[in-house]
Design a protein around this ligand. Structure first.
Ligand code: PRE
Length: 93
């Protein structure tokens, strides 16, 4: 019985992790499209004000889910870093 609950929750985590990674892929696709726009309009890759807005929205949404601000900050620092890396990589093509 308890084993069933453990495997059911692990299966749920496996499925949710797939969805998280898929969503991150979609987010990066949007970031690359923005990167192309930035190149065409001679804009800087790093947009600190916009990133602050993104972060604040995520912190608020995280609070509603019981997630700590520290967790959201480190998660979004990693996401932002990858987003910047993807936009910079477009320039090198
Ligand atoms: O909004 C933009 O300009 C983006 O490129 C998106 C994004 C993000 O991933 O949230 C990435 C880089 C910028 O520094 C700010 C935000």
């Amino acid at each position: 019985q308890q084993q069933d609950t453990l495997s059911a929750n692990r299966a749920k985590i496996n499925q949710l992790d797939k969805e998280i990674v898929h969503l991150l892929g979609e987010r990066m696709e949007a970031a690359r499209a923005i990167g192309i726009y930035k190149q065409a309009h001679h804009m800087e890759v790093l947009q600190s004000n916009r990133f602050n807005e993104v972060l604040q929205k995520a912190i608020e949404a995280g609070k509603a889910e019981g997630l700590s601000e520290e967790f959201i900050r480190s998660l979004y620092e990693a996401i932002h870093k990858e987003s910047i890396r993807q936009q910079e990589a477009l320039k090198k093509q």
